[in-house]
Design a protein around this ligand. Structure first.
Ligand SMILES: [Zn+2]
Length: 277
């Protein structure tokens, strides 16, 4: 039987798991079911509140193993036939893309925001990083996806996963899901690191997320007094290399731009400045 790793068991991951339950599933999530999320995640019920999502889901599905922790590059993918993205997070998705490209395991990406969704199969190059290029493609702190669109994304992810497992040809197209479905051809991006075998997101020393179209990074505690820049009280507007960002004492870094590459190099430079200080 095919083994499918489902990373993230929120609205998208739990729905896709339901649709793929004829297969062996490996469920990866570290979150518990919260009462506030029940409406948004109809897979779970009142009885599940407080349980880990992986445990609540495994009880309802046929063949499921659980990994009650966040996805990390240490997770063994050797016996996994396909990965399904239900992560709901920019950083985890980029990390999954790198892990899939490195191991050669197919990955079906699914993401959305309000009334729009995107599904993309990563089966070698072009990959998800080629699709988003250097820009953020979806928000982590949005208000959720409307149910009709979320179900559309999950169904498409399940359909593509089945095709991959059947070794059917999968078109390497970005599927846009809204009231009108549309496919967009994607070509390998010559400047994509993952396609060149450089897996930046497997070892980021900080965490990244996207909020209202802007990037944020979370670093360890930062001593902003040692940084040069415009004083904003408990924060400083700092320019490092090509990038400018507002750096807070407690480690939050807010970028005005949306370039992943600029944000990454800013944070790496900032970390090395702190080490030298
Ligand atoms: Zn790529």
């Amino acid at each position: 039987m095919a083994r499918i790793l489902i990373v993230g068991l929120g609205r998208l991951g739990s729905r896709t798991a339901e649709l793929l339950q004829e297969h062996d599933l490996v469920l990866c999530d570290f979150d518990a079911v919260e009462r506030d999320n029940l409406e948004e995640q109809p897979f779970y019920s009142e009885d599940d509140v407080g349980k880990l999502k992986v445990d609540a889901a495994a009880e309802k599905l046929r063949h499921a193993e659980t990994v009650p922790e966040p996805f990390t590059p240490d997770l063994n993918l050797d016996d996994i036939d396909c990965i399904v993205d239900g992560t709901d997070s920019l950083e985890s998705r980029m990390m999954l893309n790198d892990a899939a490209m490195k191991s050669g395991t197919p990955l079906v990406i699914g993401t959305g925001s309000m009334e729009k969704g995107m599904v993309f199969p990563v089966v070698g190059s072009p990959c998800w990083q080629c699709v988003v290029k250097d820009k953020v493609a979806a928000d982590d702190c949005r208000e959720g996806i409307i149910p009709r669109i979320a179900d559309g994304i999950a169904s498409k992810q399940a359909e593509l996963t089945e095709k991959i497992l059947n070794s059917d040809t999968v078109e390497k197209k970005l599927i846009l899901i809204s009231d009108t479905a549309k496919n967009i051809s994607v070509s390998p991006n010559p400047s994509c690191d993952a396609c060149k075998g450089k897996y930046t997101y497997l070892s980021l020393p900080f965490s990244l997320k996207s909020c209202n179209g802007k990037l944020q990074a979370r670093l360890e505690q930062i001593d902003i007094s040692s940084l040069e820049g415009e004083d904003l009280g408990s924060a400083k507007k700092v320019s490092v290399g090509k990038g400018t960002a507002v750096v807070h004492n407690h480690g939050l870094v807010e970028f005005s731009g949306t370039s992943l590459q600029d944000a990454s190099s800013f944070c790496k430079e900032l970390i090395s400045l702190q080490r030298r200080a």
